[in-house]
Design a protein around this ligand. Structure first.
Ligand code: ADP
Length: 262
């Protein structure tokens, strides 16, 4: 049920402190309850569309009394894959949001890893008429990281760069060691594209789950709206953070900051 208990605090004595703690707990419970409710609503909303598309297609096939044509089978299969991806992404995201993501951190040569990832997505980029390049000022660049999670972060960023950059554009992956932010040293890796960019007023929500700058456009391009939320939480779990700089119609740069290895 709803948590709308609030006990007025009148004194600063022990009794007052207990009440204060109680009110604080109530507030936090209410926030958790709100977050849970939002998640359920988001998931329901996201699963509804692919499910109703599948339902419609199957019912159509049934009504015409015909066998399901191969191309329709393919499209149905695509929808099932999409649903599975969303469910899988939601699972890791919920672990990460709850701080229960278990990392397997080992020394990792980020430079070699990124070079390999760039190699892996090269074909997809070129099929989309994009040039992709990798730059590193030094190597090896060792960070303490969970290779599988970090790979996912850069795959997500690169998939977006490919998705949101029109034909003829380019993508650069740049790695830089020993970047200072305040008193801390970081290893930075950026994914820079010459794509459609992101309006300034949208940047604040970019890492929220299911957030899309333009719903129709993203749905069409096949994303789940979870890629950046996952990247954000994975990098945070490593003690790092992501910064983004963007200019509509010029391009976008995402920079991943990972704590420099001691
Ligand atoms: P999606 O699966 O929709 O790509 P993401 O969480 O990965 O979800 O990204 C959220 C939204 O941020 C995208 O829908 C898109 O509008 C915007 N976005 C992400 N990366 C880029 C980029 N490189 N260029 C322009 N827009 C981007």
């Amino acid at each position: 049920g709803d948590l709308d208990v609030n006990v007025p605090v009148q004194s600063k004595d022990e009794y007052g402190k207990v009440i204060h703690t109680f009110n604080d707990m109530t507030l936090r419970l209410r926030e958790a309850e709100d977050a849970r409710r939002r998640l359920v609503a988001d998931v329901a909303h996201e699963l509804r569309t692919p499910l109703s598309i599948m339902q419609l297609k199957l019912e159509n096939a049934q009504q015409t009394g015909q066998y399901v044509p191969p191309e329709m089978m393919l499209r149905l299969h695509d929808e099932v894959i999409r649903l599975s991806l969303i469910v899988e992404d939601l699972h890791v995201l919920s672990l990460a949001e709850a701080g229960r993501l278990v990392l397997d951190c080992k020394p990792l040569d980020l430079s070699a890893k990124l070079e390999q990832i760039v190699e892996d997505v090269k074909m997809e980029a070129e099929e989309n008429g994009l040039e992709i390049r990798f730059y590193s000022n030094t190597r090896p660049v060792t960070v303490m990281a969970d290779a599988r999670r970090i790979t996912q972060v850069f795959i997500n960023l690169l998939t977006n760069a490919i998705r949101y950059t029109p034909e003829g554009g380019s993508i650069s992956v740049v790695i830089e060691d020993g970047v200072m932010d305040g008193n801390a040293a970081f290893t930075c890796a950026s994914v820079i594209d010459t794509g459609i960019g992101i309006p300034a007023e949208e940047l604040a929500h970019l890492f929220d789950r299911f957030y899309r700058v333009e719903k129709a456009r993203s749905r069409h391009s096949g994303g789940t709206g979870l890629g950046l939320a996952i990247a954000h939480h994975f990098v945070r779990a490593h003690g790092g953070f992501i910064r983004v700089v963007s200019e509509p119609d010029q391009g976008t740069a995402f920079t991943v900051y990972l704590p420099a290895a001691k």
